[in-house]
Design a protein around this ligand. Sequence first.
Ligand code: NAD
Length: 484
Amino acid sequence: MGLGGISIKNSLADTSFETMQDKLLNLKKPFLKSFNPTVESRKDRIRRIIKLIEENSENIHKAISKDFGSRHEQLSQLTDTLSTVAHGKHVLKKINSWVKPDKRKARFPLNLLGSKALVHHQPYGVVGIISPWNFPVALSLGPLIEVFAAGNNAMMKLSEFVPETSKLMADLVNKYFSEDELVIINGGTQTSVDFTTLDFDHLLYTGSTAVGKKVCAAAANNLVPVTMELGGKSPVVVSNQSNLKKSVNQIMTGKTVNAGQICVAPDYAFVPTESQDEFVSLARDFVKNSFPTIKNNPDYTSIIHLNHYDRLNALIEDAKNKGATVVELNPANEDFSQQEHHKIPPTLILNPTDDMDVMKEEIFGPIMPIKTYSNFNEVVEYINFQPKALAVYYFGDNNKEMNTVINDTSSGQAVMNEWGFQYAFEDLPFGGVGPSGSGAYHGKEGFLNFSHNKAVLKGQKLINLWSLIGAPFTEKTDKMAKKF
Ligand code: NAD
Protein backbone atom coordinates (compact mmCIF):
# COMPACT_ATOMS: atom_id res chain seq x y z
CA MET A 1 0.00 0.00 0.00
CA GLY A 2 1.80 3.16 -1.18
CA LEU A 3 1.28 6.72 0.04
CA GLY A 4 -1.53 8.41 -1.84
CA GLY A 5 -5.16 7.77 -2.55
CA ILE A 6 -5.90 5.98 0.74
CA SER A 7 -9.68 6.01 1.01
CA ILE A 8 -11.39 6.17 4.38
CA LYS A 9 -14.83 6.19 5.84
CA ASN A 10 -15.61 9.81 6.62
CA SER A 11 -18.35 11.70 8.30
CA LEU A 12 -18.70 14.30 5.54
CA ALA A 13 -21.54 13.89 3.05
CA ASP A 14 -20.43 14.04 -0.59
CA THR A 15 -21.27 17.14 -2.65
CA SER A 16 -22.81 16.44 -6.06
CA PHE A 17 -21.08 17.41 -9.30
CA GLU A 18 -24.11 19.55 -10.26
CA THR A 19 -23.97 21.54 -7.01
CA MET A 20 -20.26 22.18 -7.51
CA GLN A 21 -20.82 23.22 -11.11
CA ASP A 22 -23.53 25.73 -10.11
CA LYS A 23 -21.27 27.20 -7.43
CA LEU A 24 -18.42 27.46 -9.91
CA LEU A 25 -20.59 29.31 -12.43
CA ASN A 26 -21.56 31.77 -9.72
CA LEU A 27 -17.88 32.32 -8.83
CA LYS A 28 -17.10 32.94 -12.49
CA LYS A 29 -19.81 35.62 -12.86
CA PRO A 30 -17.77 38.62 -11.63
CA PHE A 31 -15.25 37.89 -14.41
CA LEU A 32 -17.95 38.40 -17.06
CA LYS A 33 -17.68 42.10 -16.17
CA SER A 34 -13.99 42.57 -15.38
CA PHE A 35 -10.65 40.84 -14.84
CA ASN A 36 -9.35 43.78 -12.85
CA PRO A 37 -10.51 43.66 -9.21
CA THR A 38 -9.16 46.61 -7.23
CA VAL A 39 -6.11 46.18 -5.00
CA GLU A 40 -8.23 47.34 -2.06
CA SER A 41 -10.76 44.53 -2.61
CA ARG A 42 -7.92 41.96 -2.70
CA LYS A 43 -6.45 43.36 0.52
CA ASP A 44 -9.87 43.29 2.14
CA ARG A 45 -10.17 39.57 1.42
CA ILE A 46 -6.71 38.86 2.83
CA ARG A 47 -7.61 40.88 5.95
CA ARG A 48 -10.74 38.74 6.31
CA ILE A 49 -8.64 35.52 6.13
CA ILE A 50 -6.55 36.95 9.00
CA LYS A 51 -9.69 37.95 10.93
CA LEU A 52 -11.28 34.53 10.43
CA ILE A 53 -8.21 32.87 11.93
CA GLU A 54 -7.59 35.36 14.74
CA GLU A 55 -11.22 35.38 15.92
CA ASN A 56 -11.60 31.60 15.83
CA SER A 57 -8.16 30.16 16.47
CA GLU A 58 -9.09 28.39 19.70
CA ASN A 59 -11.96 26.51 18.07
CA ILE A 60 -9.79 25.70 15.06
CA HIS A 61 -7.01 24.25 17.26
CA LYS A 62 -9.56 22.20 19.21
CA ALA A 63 -11.11 20.80 16.02
CA ILE A 64 -7.68 19.79 14.68
CA SER A 65 -6.81 18.05 17.97
CA LYS A 66 -10.11 16.16 17.84
CA ASP A 67 -9.46 15.07 14.25
CA PHE A 68 -5.99 13.78 15.04
CA GLY A 69 -6.96 12.14 18.32
CA SER A 70 -3.83 13.61 19.84
CA ARG A 71 -2.15 16.77 18.60
CA HIS A 72 -1.13 19.60 20.90
CA GLU A 73 -3.08 22.82 20.35
CA GLN A 74 0.15 24.82 20.56
CA LEU A 75 1.54 22.86 17.64
CA SER A 76 -1.50 23.81 15.53
CA GLN A 77 -1.12 27.41 16.70
CA LEU A 78 2.54 27.60 15.65
CA THR A 79 2.43 25.63 12.44
CA ASP A 80 -1.08 26.19 11.16
CA THR A 81 -2.70 29.43 12.30
CA LEU A 82 0.08 31.85 13.35
CA SER A 83 2.12 31.01 10.26
CA THR A 84 -0.88 31.77 8.02
CA VAL A 85 -1.55 35.09 9.74
CA ALA A 86 2.13 36.08 9.30
CA HIS A 87 1.91 35.02 5.65
CA GLY A 88 -1.19 37.21 5.11
CA LYS A 89 0.43 40.24 6.77
CA HIS A 90 3.51 39.85 4.58
CA VAL A 91 1.43 39.80 1.39
CA LEU A 92 -0.53 42.88 2.52
CA LYS A 93 2.79 44.75 2.68
CA LYS A 94 3.95 43.60 -0.74
CA ILE A 95 0.82 43.54 -2.88
CA ASN A 96 0.92 47.18 -4.10
CA SER A 97 4.31 46.62 -5.74
CA TRP A 98 3.37 43.17 -7.12
CA VAL A 99 0.24 44.24 -9.02
CA LYS A 100 1.98 46.96 -11.06
CA PRO A 101 2.43 46.09 -14.74
CA ASP A 102 6.08 45.41 -15.74
CA LYS A 103 7.52 47.56 -18.55
CA ARG A 104 9.40 45.69 -21.29
CA LYS A 105 11.65 47.05 -24.05
CA ALA A 106 10.74 46.58 -27.70
CA ARG A 107 13.63 45.15 -29.70
CA PHE A 108 12.26 46.28 -33.07
CA PRO A 109 13.89 49.37 -34.70
CA LEU A 110 13.31 52.67 -32.96
CA ASN A 111 11.42 50.89 -30.20
CA LEU A 112 8.62 50.29 -32.70
CA LEU A 113 8.42 54.06 -33.08
CA GLY A 114 7.34 54.60 -29.52
CA SER A 115 5.09 51.55 -29.02
CA LYS A 116 4.79 50.47 -25.41
CA ALA A 117 5.30 46.86 -24.25
CA LEU A 118 3.99 45.78 -20.85
CA VAL A 119 3.23 42.65 -18.83
CA HIS A 120 -0.09 42.90 -16.99
CA HIS A 121 -0.73 40.54 -14.07
CA GLN A 122 -4.36 39.51 -14.44
CA PRO A 123 -6.30 37.02 -12.35
CA TYR A 124 -6.94 33.67 -14.01
CA GLY A 125 -10.54 33.70 -12.75
CA VAL A 126 -11.63 30.92 -10.41
CA VAL A 127 -8.90 28.80 -8.81
CA GLY A 128 -9.80 25.33 -7.49
CA ILE A 129 -7.83 24.32 -4.38
CA ILE A 130 -7.60 20.76 -2.98
CA SER A 131 -5.90 20.70 0.41
CA PRO A 132 -4.53 17.88 2.62
CA TRP A 133 -5.07 17.08 6.30
CA ASN A 134 -1.63 17.50 7.87
CA PHE A 135 -1.82 21.31 8.24
CA PRO A 136 -5.44 21.90 7.31
CA VAL A 137 -5.39 25.70 7.76
CA ALA A 138 -1.92 26.62 6.47
CA LEU A 139 -2.32 24.45 3.37
CA SER A 140 -5.78 25.76 2.45
CA LEU A 141 -6.01 29.40 3.61
CA GLY A 142 -2.23 29.79 3.07
CA PRO A 143 -2.15 29.44 -0.73
CA LEU A 144 -5.52 31.23 -0.84
CA ILE A 145 -3.65 34.39 0.21
CA GLU A 146 -1.68 34.55 -3.06
CA VAL A 147 -4.72 33.32 -5.00
CA PHE A 148 -6.65 36.34 -3.65
CA ALA A 149 -3.67 38.69 -4.00
CA ALA A 150 -3.66 37.87 -7.71
CA GLY A 151 -7.37 38.83 -7.85
CA ASN A 152 -8.92 35.37 -8.28
CA ASN A 153 -12.01 33.82 -6.73
CA ALA A 154 -11.61 30.35 -5.24
CA MET A 155 -13.39 27.08 -4.58
CA MET A 156 -11.72 24.81 -2.00
CA LYS A 157 -12.13 21.08 -1.42
CA LEU A 158 -10.98 20.39 2.14
CA SER A 159 -9.67 17.06 3.39
CA GLU A 160 -12.09 14.37 4.55
CA PHE A 161 -9.36 13.05 6.90
CA VAL A 162 -10.04 16.02 9.25
CA PRO A 163 -13.86 16.22 9.19
CA GLU A 164 -14.30 18.39 12.33
CA THR A 165 -11.88 20.99 10.99
CA SER A 166 -13.32 20.87 7.48
CA LYS A 167 -16.87 21.38 8.81
CA LEU A 168 -15.77 24.27 11.03
CA MET A 169 -13.86 25.90 8.15
CA ALA A 170 -16.95 25.67 5.91
CA ASP A 171 -19.07 27.42 8.58
CA LEU A 172 -16.46 30.11 9.12
CA VAL A 173 -15.94 30.79 5.42
CA ASN A 174 -19.72 31.21 5.03
CA LYS A 175 -19.58 33.83 7.78
CA TYR A 176 -16.58 35.81 6.50
CA PHE A 177 -16.95 35.49 2.71
CA SER A 178 -19.74 35.68 0.18
CA GLU A 179 -20.51 32.88 -2.28
CA ASP A 180 -19.23 34.96 -5.19
CA GLU A 181 -15.74 35.17 -3.59
CA LEU A 182 -14.99 31.84 -1.93
CA VAL A 183 -16.80 28.51 -1.64
CA ILE A 184 -15.88 25.50 0.49
CA ILE A 185 -16.72 22.03 -0.77
CA ASN A 186 -16.75 19.12 1.64
CA GLY A 187 -17.08 15.42 0.92
CA GLY A 188 -15.08 12.24 0.42
CA THR A 189 -12.84 10.91 -2.34
CA GLN A 190 -15.65 10.89 -4.96
CA THR A 191 -16.21 14.61 -4.34
CA SER A 192 -12.48 15.22 -4.87
CA VAL A 193 -12.51 13.20 -8.09
CA ASP A 194 -15.52 15.15 -9.42
CA PHE A 195 -13.94 18.44 -8.28
CA THR A 196 -10.93 17.82 -10.53
CA THR A 197 -13.18 17.48 -13.60
CA LEU A 198 -14.62 21.01 -13.17
CA ASP A 199 -13.72 23.70 -15.65
CA PHE A 200 -11.58 25.86 -13.34
CA ASP A 201 -9.28 28.61 -14.61
CA HIS A 202 -6.44 27.14 -12.52
CA LEU A 203 -6.21 24.17 -10.14
CA LEU A 204 -3.94 23.85 -7.11
CA TYR A 205 -3.49 20.38 -5.65
CA THR A 206 -1.59 19.65 -2.43
CA GLY A 207 -1.16 15.96 -1.71
CA SER A 208 0.72 12.85 -2.70
CA THR A 209 2.56 12.41 -5.97
CA ALA A 210 0.42 9.34 -6.78
CA VAL A 211 -2.88 11.23 -6.57
CA GLY A 212 -1.23 14.30 -8.16
CA LYS A 213 -0.82 12.31 -11.40
CA LYS A 214 -4.57 11.57 -11.48
CA VAL A 215 -5.39 15.21 -10.76
CA CYS A 216 -3.13 16.38 -13.61
CA ALA A 217 -4.78 13.90 -15.99
CA ALA A 218 -8.28 15.12 -15.03
CA ALA A 219 -7.28 18.79 -15.36
CA ALA A 220 -5.74 18.10 -18.78
CA ASN A 221 -9.19 17.19 -20.16
CA ASN A 222 -10.23 20.83 -19.73
CA LEU A 223 -6.71 22.21 -20.34
CA VAL A 224 -6.81 23.71 -16.84
CA PRO A 225 -3.37 25.03 -15.81
CA VAL A 226 -2.21 23.40 -12.58
CA THR A 227 -0.03 24.03 -9.55
CA MET A 228 1.08 20.78 -7.94
CA GLU A 229 2.35 20.80 -4.34
CA LEU A 230 3.39 17.17 -3.93
CA GLY A 231 5.56 15.04 -1.71
CA GLY A 232 8.56 12.81 -2.17
CA LYS A 233 11.61 11.64 -0.30
CA SER A 234 13.57 14.65 0.98
CA PRO A 235 17.11 13.51 1.85
CA VAL A 236 19.28 14.88 4.64
CA VAL A 237 23.05 14.91 4.26
CA VAL A 238 25.06 15.06 7.49
CA SER A 239 28.62 16.17 6.85
CA ASN A 240 31.64 14.74 8.63
CA GLN A 241 32.29 18.39 9.52
CA SER A 242 29.18 19.08 11.54
CA ASN A 243 28.12 19.64 15.11
CA LEU A 244 26.52 16.19 15.32
CA LYS A 245 24.45 16.80 18.44
CA LYS A 246 22.89 19.96 17.01
CA SER A 247 22.30 18.27 13.65
CA VAL A 248 20.68 15.18 15.18
CA ASN A 249 18.42 17.30 17.39
CA GLN A 250 17.20 19.25 14.38
CA ILE A 251 16.78 16.19 12.16
CA MET A 252 14.89 14.24 14.83
CA THR A 253 12.62 17.27 15.37
CA GLY A 254 11.74 16.84 11.71
CA LYS A 255 10.65 13.27 12.43
CA THR A 256 8.72 14.07 15.62
CA VAL A 257 6.94 17.40 14.99
CA ASN A 258 3.46 16.22 13.93
CA ALA A 259 5.00 12.71 14.11
CA GLY A 260 6.85 13.42 10.87
CA GLN A 261 3.60 13.96 8.93
CA ILE A 262 5.02 17.00 7.14
CA CYS A 263 5.69 17.30 3.43
CA VAL A 264 9.08 18.95 4.09
CA ALA A 265 10.11 16.53 6.86
CA PRO A 266 13.53 14.94 6.32
CA ASP A 267 12.71 11.53 4.84
CA TYR A 268 16.02 9.65 5.17
CA ALA A 269 19.54 10.59 6.22
CA PHE A 270 23.07 10.10 4.91
CA VAL A 271 25.50 9.87 7.85
CA PRO A 272 29.29 9.36 7.69
CA THR A 273 29.97 5.67 8.46
CA GLU A 274 32.06 6.50 11.53
CA SER A 275 29.25 8.70 12.99
CA GLN A 276 26.36 6.23 12.80
CA ASP A 277 26.63 4.90 16.39
CA GLU A 278 26.87 8.40 17.81
CA PHE A 279 23.90 9.49 15.66
CA VAL A 280 21.79 6.67 17.13
CA SER A 281 22.85 7.48 20.68
CA LEU A 282 22.14 11.22 20.21
CA ALA A 283 18.76 10.45 18.64
CA ARG A 284 17.92 8.30 21.67
CA ASP A 285 18.86 11.17 24.01
CA PHE A 286 16.82 13.65 21.97
CA VAL A 287 13.66 11.53 22.15
CA LYS A 288 14.16 10.83 25.87
CA ASN A 289 14.47 14.55 26.62
CA SER A 290 11.64 15.71 24.37
CA PHE A 291 9.17 12.85 24.97
CA PRO A 292 9.90 10.95 28.22
CA THR A 293 6.68 9.07 27.43
CA ILE A 294 4.85 8.81 24.13
CA LYS A 295 1.65 6.78 24.29
CA ASN A 296 -0.48 9.21 26.31
CA ASN A 297 1.71 12.26 25.88
CA PRO A 298 -0.32 15.05 24.17
CA ASP A 299 2.96 16.59 22.90
CA TYR A 300 3.44 13.61 20.58
CA THR A 301 1.03 13.62 17.63
CA SER A 302 -1.07 10.64 16.53
CA ILE A 303 -0.83 9.09 13.13
CA ILE A 304 -3.84 10.64 11.42
CA HIS A 305 -5.70 7.46 10.54
CA LEU A 306 -5.59 3.73 11.06
CA ASN A 307 -4.78 3.17 7.38
CA HIS A 308 -1.69 5.37 7.61
CA TYR A 309 -0.78 3.68 10.93
CA ASP A 310 -0.96 0.25 9.24
CA ARG A 311 1.02 1.56 6.24
CA LEU A 312 3.84 2.84 8.47
CA ASN A 313 4.01 -0.34 10.55
CA ALA A 314 4.15 -2.33 7.32
CA LEU A 315 7.17 -0.23 6.23
CA ILE A 316 8.99 -1.14 9.46
CA GLU A 317 8.05 -4.83 9.15
CA ASP A 318 9.17 -4.98 5.50
CA ALA A 319 12.55 -3.40 6.38
CA LYS A 320 13.01 -5.86 9.26
CA ASN A 321 12.17 -8.83 7.01
CA LYS A 322 14.67 -7.64 4.41
CA GLY A 323 17.55 -7.43 6.90
CA ALA A 324 17.51 -3.90 8.35
CA THR A 325 18.27 -3.22 12.01
CA VAL A 326 15.25 -1.50 13.53
CA VAL A 327 15.87 0.77 16.54
CA GLU A 328 12.68 1.86 18.30
CA LEU A 329 13.21 5.00 20.40
CA ASN A 330 10.77 4.25 23.20
CA PRO A 331 12.17 5.87 26.39
CA ALA A 332 9.52 4.56 28.82
CA ASN A 333 9.48 1.14 27.18
CA GLU A 334 5.75 1.42 26.51
CA ASP A 335 3.65 -1.23 24.83
CA PHE A 336 2.21 0.20 21.58
CA SER A 337 0.12 -2.83 20.64
CA GLN A 338 -3.11 -1.61 22.29
CA GLN A 339 -3.78 2.07 22.03
CA GLU A 340 -6.53 4.53 21.30
CA HIS A 341 -4.59 7.13 19.32
CA HIS A 342 -2.51 4.98 16.96
CA LYS A 343 0.92 6.41 17.81
CA ILE A 344 4.21 5.11 16.45
CA PRO A 345 7.38 5.88 18.42
CA PRO A 346 10.32 7.41 16.51
CA THR A 347 12.05 4.51 14.77
CA LEU A 348 15.47 4.36 13.12
CA ILE A 349 16.12 1.92 10.26
CA LEU A 350 19.81 1.04 9.99
CA ASN A 351 21.32 -0.56 6.88
CA PRO A 352 18.33 0.22 4.63
CA THR A 353 18.57 -1.11 1.08
CA ASP A 354 16.86 0.18 -2.04
CA ASP A 355 14.58 -2.87 -2.31
CA MET A 356 12.91 -1.98 1.01
CA ASP A 357 9.56 -0.18 0.74
CA VAL A 358 10.79 2.41 3.25
CA MET A 359 13.35 3.53 0.64
CA LYS A 360 10.88 3.40 -2.26
CA GLU A 361 8.02 5.57 -1.03
CA GLU A 362 7.64 8.79 0.92
CA ILE A 363 7.50 7.89 4.64
CA PHE A 364 5.35 10.73 6.06
CA GLY A 365 5.74 9.44 9.61
CA PRO A 366 8.28 9.10 12.46
CA ILE A 367 10.54 6.54 10.76
CA MET A 368 14.11 7.51 9.82
CA PRO A 369 16.24 5.29 7.56
CA ILE A 370 19.96 6.01 7.97
CA LYS A 371 22.31 5.34 5.10
CA THR A 372 26.03 5.53 5.81
CA TYR A 373 28.61 6.94 3.40
CA SER A 374 32.33 7.49 3.08
CA ASN A 375 32.38 9.37 -0.24
CA PHE A 376 30.43 12.65 -0.48
CA ASN A 377 30.26 12.55 -4.30
CA GLU A 378 28.45 9.21 -4.17
CA VAL A 379 25.82 10.81 -1.95
CA VAL A 380 25.23 13.51 -4.57
CA GLU A 381 24.97 10.89 -7.32
CA TYR A 382 22.50 8.84 -5.26
CA ILE A 383 20.30 11.91 -4.71
CA ASN A 384 20.41 12.84 -8.40
CA PHE A 385 19.44 9.27 -9.37
CA GLN A 386 16.20 9.48 -7.29
CA PRO A 387 13.03 11.39 -8.31
CA LYS A 388 13.53 15.10 -7.57
CA ALA A 389 12.66 15.83 -3.95
CA LEU A 390 10.69 18.67 -2.40
CA ALA A 391 13.75 19.60 -0.28
CA VAL A 392 17.37 18.56 0.11
CA TYR A 393 18.90 19.27 3.52
CA TYR A 394 22.55 19.63 4.45
CA PHE A 395 23.94 19.76 7.99
CA GLY A 396 27.59 20.76 8.24
CA ASP A 397 30.15 23.52 7.96
CA ASN A 398 31.96 22.60 4.76
CA ASN A 399 31.25 25.38 2.23
CA LYS A 400 32.35 23.30 -0.73
CA GLU A 401 29.90 20.53 0.18
CA MET A 402 27.18 23.10 0.80
CA ASN A 403 27.69 24.63 -2.65
CA THR A 404 27.70 21.17 -4.21
CA VAL A 405 24.32 20.39 -2.62
CA ILE A 406 22.91 23.77 -3.73
CA ASN A 407 24.32 23.80 -7.28
CA ASP A 408 24.72 20.16 -8.30
CA THR A 409 21.39 18.68 -7.11
CA SER A 410 17.84 19.56 -8.17
CA SER A 411 14.98 19.89 -5.67
CA GLY A 412 12.19 22.33 -4.82
CA GLN A 413 14.27 23.81 -2.01
CA ALA A 414 17.86 23.46 -0.73
CA VAL A 415 18.20 24.11 2.99
CA MET A 416 21.43 24.33 4.96
CA ASN A 417 21.62 23.62 8.70
CA GLU A 418 17.87 23.97 9.12
CA TRP A 419 14.75 22.10 8.13
CA GLY A 420 11.16 23.23 7.60
CA PHE A 421 11.79 26.94 8.16
CA GLN A 422 11.93 27.52 4.41
CA TYR A 423 8.10 27.50 4.65
CA ALA A 424 8.19 30.28 7.26
CA PHE A 425 10.08 32.64 4.95
CA GLU A 426 7.01 34.06 3.23
CA ASP A 427 9.15 35.81 0.63
CA LEU A 428 10.70 32.53 -0.60
CA PRO A 429 8.69 30.63 -3.22
CA PHE A 430 7.40 27.36 -1.77
CA GLY A 431 7.09 24.51 -4.24
CA GLY A 432 8.61 21.37 -5.69
CA VAL A 433 10.06 20.39 -9.04
CA GLY A 434 8.90 17.58 -11.33
CA PRO A 435 7.59 14.67 -9.24
CA SER A 436 7.60 16.81 -6.07
CA GLY A 437 5.50 19.52 -7.71
CA SER A 438 5.30 22.39 -10.14
CA GLY A 439 4.50 26.05 -9.53
CA ALA A 440 4.76 27.68 -6.12
CA TYR A 441 3.04 29.93 -3.67
CA HIS A 442 4.57 32.44 -1.20
CA GLY A 443 6.40 35.56 -2.30
CA LYS A 444 6.24 37.36 -5.63
CA GLU A 445 6.63 34.01 -7.42
CA GLY A 446 3.40 32.85 -5.72
CA PHE A 447 1.60 35.98 -6.89
CA LEU A 448 2.90 35.47 -10.44
CA ASN A 449 1.99 31.77 -10.32
CA PHE A 450 -1.69 32.55 -9.75
CA SER A 451 -1.67 35.41 -12.28
CA HIS A 452 -1.99 35.25 -16.02
CA ASN A 453 1.03 37.32 -17.02
CA LYS A 454 -0.42 38.88 -20.11
CA ALA A 455 1.55 40.57 -22.87
CA VAL A 456 0.13 43.99 -23.70
CA LEU A 457 1.37 46.05 -26.65
CA LYS A 458 0.22 49.65 -27.14
CA GLY A 459 1.12 50.44 -30.73
CA GLN A 460 2.36 53.75 -32.22
CA LYS A 461 0.13 55.89 -34.39
CA LEU A 462 2.71 57.34 -36.83
CA ILE A 463 2.80 54.85 -39.69
CA ASN A 464 1.53 51.46 -40.76
CA LEU A 465 4.64 49.35 -40.05
CA TRP A 466 3.26 46.50 -42.13
CA SER A 467 3.39 48.78 -45.20
CA LEU A 468 7.21 48.75 -44.87
CA ILE A 469 7.57 44.98 -44.68
CA GLY A 470 4.40 43.55 -46.22
CA ALA A 471 3.48 42.71 -49.85
CA PRO A 472 4.27 43.58 -52.60
CA PHE A 473 7.71 42.10 -51.75
CA THR A 474 10.38 44.14 -53.55
CA GLU A 475 14.07 44.89 -53.16
CA LYS A 476 13.00 47.67 -50.80
CA THR A 477 11.14 45.28 -48.43
CA ASP A 478 14.08 42.85 -48.61
CA LYS A 479 16.46 45.63 -47.52
CA MET A 480 14.07 46.67 -44.76
CA ALA A 481 13.72 43.07 -43.50
CA LYS A 482 17.51 42.67 -43.39
CA LYS A 483 17.81 45.96 -41.50
CA PHE A 484 15.21 44.79 -38.95
P1 NAD B 1 -3.46 12.22 -0.79
O1 NAD B 1 -2.87 12.54 -2.11
O2 NAD B 1 -3.57 10.80 -0.42
O3 NAD B 1 -4.93 12.80 -0.66
C1 NAD B 1 -5.25 14.17 -0.78
C2 NAD B 1 -6.69 14.34 -1.18
O4 NAD B 1 -6.83 13.90 -2.51
C3 NAD B 1 -7.71 13.56 -0.36
O5 NAD B 1 -8.37 14.46 0.50
C4 NAD B 1 -8.67 12.97 -1.40
O6 NAD B 1 -9.99 13.44 -1.25
C5 NAD B 1 -8.13 13.45 -2.73
N1 NAD B 1 -8.13 12.40 -3.74
C6 NAD B 1 -7.93 11.09 -3.59
N2 NAD B 1 -8.01 10.46 -4.78
C7 NAD B 1 -8.25 11.41 -5.70
C8 NAD B 1 -8.40 11.40 -7.12
N3 NAD B 1 -8.32 10.28 -7.84
N4 NAD B 1 -8.62 12.57 -7.74
C9 NAD B 1 -8.69 13.71 -7.03
N5 NAD B 1 -8.55 13.78 -5.70
C10 NAD B 1 -8.33 12.64 -5.04
O7 NAD B 1 -2.57 13.04 0.24
P2 NAD B 1 -2.73 13.22 1.79
O8 NAD B 1 -2.63 11.91 2.48
O9 NAD B 1 -3.89 14.09 2.11
O10 NAD B 1 -1.42 14.09 2.15
C11 NAD B 1 -0.17 13.53 2.23
C12 NAD B 1 0.64 13.83 0.99
O11 NAD B 1 0.56 15.20 0.70
C13 NAD B 1 2.12 13.54 1.17
O12 NAD B 1 2.61 12.97 -0.01
C14 NAD B 1 2.73 14.90 1.38
O13 NAD B 1 4.09 15.01 1.04
C15 NAD B 1 1.86 15.73 0.50
N6 NAD B 1 1.90 17.12 0.95
C16 NAD B 1 2.53 18.02 0.17
C17 NAD B 1 2.60 19.35 0.60
C18 NAD B 1 3.31 20.38 -0.22
O14 NAD B 1 3.11 21.56 0.06
N7 NAD B 1 4.11 20.04 -1.21
C19 NAD B 1 2.03 19.72 1.80
C20 NAD B 1 1.39 18.75 2.56
C21 NAD B 1 1.31 17.46 2.13
